[in-house]
Design a binder for this molecule. Structure first.
Ligand SMILES: NC(=O)C1=CN([C@@H]2O[C@H](COP(=O)(O)OP(=O)(O)OC[C@H]3O[C@@H](n4cnc5c(N)ncnc54)[C@H](O)[C@@H]3O)[C@@H](O)[C@H]2O)C=CC1
Ligand SMILES: CC(=O)C(=O)O
Ligand SMILES: [Mg+2]
Length: 468
């Protein structure tokens, strides 16, 4: 029976993972079978195929991904045992009052005696969630919980997801400012352009803790790291490259800025209306937004016009941060030799590696199921680890450039290959290396408020004194 069920699953396109026996009776067995599908749409066919095996019944089905999200992916734990009255009177009243008073007297002590020193808020309004778009704050939560998991897993940073039921920049700025006393840093996530630029700029100016829009700067840092290595591999200088960026939202604008500061001069950007330039109707009639006006003035002096596939000729690098299937694969044939394609839209890239393969030398996506995953997870845990450790009040350009170089340097030059230009997101050396580089850059920039300690926690001498 098991053999027949296995054949049915295979014939329906599924791959069998684990098989566990739940119960064996005289006349039947109950088995828990994990079937892996490449597409969600295969699922119903697999269930029908099993039902079609004579003598078999499907008792129940579950989706492992949904199961992982049951009740959310994170929870809080207490660090202090609470077994005695004495424990209670220190963790809570009356003992806690003396700690509160110490902080009231010197607010800086919040970094020593509260979660502030190691806690980041992951703030979203749900307007640009992955490539899913404006799906709202409740639907954004699984992604923000996921970011919190990654912060903890890779950099021991405690991160708390906060999804806001407003898209008004004034309200978002005011809410985040009001929340700031709790946190040592603010990671803005999946807030759509152009509001994200204003929100980040205002918060960075008004808060004394680092504010970092991950989709802008995390993406930009990792893209630069990948480009540094792809350029090394293909024997080119950044200053000689022609680059096409599609998607001029949070990620596209920040990627452009970091590439420019790393020496790339020839850049063309496409938004959903095509290539941006100063002769485009919306530039001329003043309806183009301020960030895109800046873009039009900084890039595309030849005033190339058209869709991404029309302006790809002679490009060395294509960076996609727009949406699924925006770039026709055949158009990549018109790129320069040794073409580099970073198709980074999530969850589905602008062009798939399979389609792009005949035309490109180096291919990367944002996904973990292909080689060369360019994903901001390589950056944000380490960059906040470094910033929190030295209590940097902001994340400067130098800190971002240092983070990019640190990520690139993890892959030794002699090991660079077409399918290995960035370290794996599971490489545990990445976040500490980024954190170290960020701390060095912060100190050099005069941005380090404290000398910096080992991961997260300062010596406890002062704590003993305060606890009497
Ligand atoms: N791999 C990674 O680490 C990251 C990937 N991304 C992906 O990049 C994409 C954009 O993200 P954000 O910049 O945060 O969103 P956003 O909403 O700020 O910007 C998206 C931009 O893409 C443009 N766009 C949509 N369809 C287009 C088309 N057919 N041609 C040209 N432009 C088009 C939109 O007009 C918008 O300006 C998403 O798919 C996201 O998942 C974003 C951040 C990190
Ligand atoms: C990776 C990420 O932050 C995004 O796709 O929005
Ligand atoms: Mg994001």
């Amino acid at each position: 029976m098991l053999g027949r069920v296995a054949t049915a699953i295979g014939d329906a396109g599924g791959t069998i993972g684990a098989i566990d026996i739940v119960a064996v009776e005289d006349d039947h067995a109950v088995r828990d079978i994990t079937a892996i599908c490449s597409e969600e749409s295969e699922w119903a066919g697999i269930v029908a195929a099993i039902e079609g095996v004579d003598g078999t019944r499907v008792l129940d089905t579950t989706d492992r991904t949904f199961q992982m999200h049951l009740g959310g992916k994170i929870e809080l734990h207490s660090k202090s045992p609470l077994k005695t009255r004495d424990d209670l009177s220190m963790a809570y009243t009356p003992g806690v009052a003396r700690v509160c008073e110490a902080i009231a007297e010197d607010p800086d002590k919040a970094f020593q005696y509260t979660i502030k020193r190691n806690t980041v808020a992951v703030v979203s309004d749900g307007t640009a969630v992955l490539g899913l778009g404006d799906i709202g704050p409740a639907a954004a939560m699984p992604v923000m919980e996921g970011k919190a998991v990654l912060f903890k897993e890779f950099a021991e940073v405690d991160a708390f997801p906060i999804c806001l039921d407003t898209t008004d920049p004034d309200e978002i700025v005011s809410i985040v400012k009001a929340l700031a006393p709790t946190f040592g840093g603010i990671n803005l996530e999946d807030i759509s352009a152009p509001r994200c630029f204003e929100i980040e700029d205002r918060l960075a100016a008004e808060l004394d803790i680092p504010v970092f829009h991950d989709d802008q700067h995390g993406t930009a840092v990792v893209t630069l790291a990948a480009l540094i290595n792809a350029a090394k591999l293909t024997g080119r200088k950044l200053s000689e490259m022609r680059v096409l960026v599609t998607g001029l939202g949070a990620a596209g604008v920040a990627v452009t800025r970091i590439l420019q500061s790393a020496g790339v001069t020839e850049i063309v950007g496409c938004d959903s209306k095509g290539a941006v330039h100063v002769d485009r109707a919306d530039y001329l009639d003043g309806t183009m937004n301020a960030v895109k006006r800046w873009y039009a003035e900084q890039t595309n002096p030849e005033r190339l016009s058209g869709r991404p596939g029309d302006v790809i000729d002679g490009m060395d690098l294509f960076v996609g941060v727009s949406g699924a299937r925006v770039m026709p694969a055949e158009a990549l044939a018109r790129m320069n030799r040794d073409a580099i394609v970073f198709a980074m839209a999530n969850p589905n890239p602008e062009v798939t590696p399979e389609e792009a393969a005949p035309f490109v030398r180096v291919m990367a996506t944002g996904r973990s199921d292909y080689p060369n995953q360019i994903n901001n997870v390589l950056c944000f845990p380490g960059i906040f680890r470094g910033a929190l450790d030295v209590r940097a009040p902001q994340i400067t350009e130098a800190m971002k450039q240092a983070a990019a170089q640190a990520i690139a340097d993890i892959v030794p030059e002699e090991e660079l290959r077409e399918d290995y230009i960035v370290p794996s997101v599971f490489n545990r050396d990445v976040a500490p290396a980024v954190a170290e580089a960020v701390k060095r850059a912060a100190r050099a920039d005069g941005e380090a408020a404290v000398a910096g300690t080992e991961v997260g926690y300062a010596p406890t001498d002062e704590l003993h004194v305060a606890a009497g």
